[in-house]
Design a protein around this ligand. Structure first.
Ligand SMILES: Nc1ncnc2c1ncn2[C@@H]1O[C@H](COP(=O)(O)OP(=O)(O)OP(=O)(O)O)[C@@H](O)[C@H]1O
Length: 328
């Protein structure tokens, strides 16, 4: 088990990381998911020993300070070196015997499927090939802990999925611990059954993907995961009043209108949870079996996910919540 023990980072007046505590199982993939600017790279730089935190420690099971080997988002291959020279650079620095270097380079290039590229220079490689070389350069050092900073974000969707499968295979083959940082939730969900959400330099929630989707712990997690829904309403004596919910709650204001954020999903089939009648004003297909809909109800609008693709705009329906909606 690796321990991130209260890690903080401050640069100038900016508090970038705020007391990060995490426990990471060995021989597994742990995903850290967060929006751009949330502090993901700052955290990995600390875990790699590239940067020193202003507070806290990164420790291994024995309580010793730990550091991992980094695979960067922009590959960072040496442009004037061939693939072979790039991959073996770290071993040369360690003064490994020439015959060992050759054997290990042969093994790792075969594993990575890049044997035929060893005499090429980085600018003669595609992005996917460059990232394989960058991974080979890290793996040849036999790391126990690999840190991957959005390594596939510049690859196309199909290649990204192929590479994620490959990372899983490598993890099993080398029994690695991998900390994988990304802003794509599908990447995090594909790789790991434990995902930490990092927002504004703080860990907001650590859970299995399904739990994150069904029970985002607060509004910022729900919003980042695209799970935040809104009901339009008004304030009467400090109480938020809307056609389907009223009470003392935290509201958000946008363009002069008041909204109550909540998590939940609607469906057309009857449930035991709250129901209401409304007219679909607009729908947007989200690429799965649901639509993002705006529904007009008593002149107020509710924005929510609907688990159905068979609705028409400007028509009235009876909507049911799939589970009890959670207001934040
Ligand atoms: N040296 C620095 N001085 C001041 N602020 C910094 C410094 N380095 C980073 N930051 C700020 O810290 C925040 C986190 O940056 P970081 O690069 O860690 O985020 P990230 O989650 O990796 O983002 P991205 O996904 O866009 O790479 C940003 O707001 C950034 O502007």
């Amino acid at each position: 088990m690796y321990h991130l023990d209260n890690i903080s980072q401050k640069k100038g007046n900016t508090q970038i990381l705020n007391g990060i505590n995490l426990k990471i199982d060995e021989d597994s993939i742990f995903a850290i998911l967060g929006p751009s600017g949330s502090g993901k790279t700052t955290l990995l730089n600390i875990l790699a020993g590239i940067d020193r935190p202003t507070g806290g420690k990164f420790l291994n099971e024995d309580g010793q300070v730990e550091r991992g080997i980094m695979v960067f988002q922009d590959y960072r291959l040496f442009p004037h070196m061939t693939v072979f020279q790039n991959i073996t650079f770290g071993l040369k620095v360690k003064k490994t015997k020439g015959s060992d270097i050759k054997q290990r380079a042969k093994d790792i290039t075969e594993t990575m499927g890049i044997s035929e590229l060893i005499n090429r220079y980085p600018d003669e490689l595609s992005g996917g090939q460059q990232q394989r070389v960058a991974l080979a350069r890290a793996l040849i050092l036999n790391p126990k802990l690999l840190l991957m900073d959005e390594p596939f974000s510049s690859l196309d969707e199909a290649l990204r999925i192929e590479m994620l499968d490959f990372v899983k295979e490598l993890q099993r083959k080398f029994q690695l611990t991998i900390i994988f940082v990304t802003h794509y939730k599908t990447e995090a969900y594909m790789l790991s059954n434990k995902v930490a959400i990092l927002i504004n330099g703080q860990i907001m929630q650590v859970d299995a993907p399904k739990k994150l989707e069904s029970n985002p712990q607060n509004f910022s997690v729900a919003k980042f995961l695209g799970q935040a829904n809104f009901i339009e309403g008004s304030l009467t004596n400090d109480d938020f009043v809307s056609p389907i919910y009223s009470g003392k709650v935290n509201v958000v204001t946008e363009e002069g209108k008041l909204y109550l954020p909540f998590s939940g999903q609607l469906q057309l089939d009857q449930t035991d949870y709250p129901a209401f009648k409304g007219k679909i004003v607009e729908k947007k297909w989200m690429g799965s079996n649901s639509e993002r809909v705006s529904i007009e109800i008593d002149k107020n609008v509710i924005y929510c996910d609907l688990a159905s693709e068979s609705v028409d705009e400007n028509k009235e329906y009876q909507f049911y919540f799939s589970k009890l909606p959670v207001v934040f």
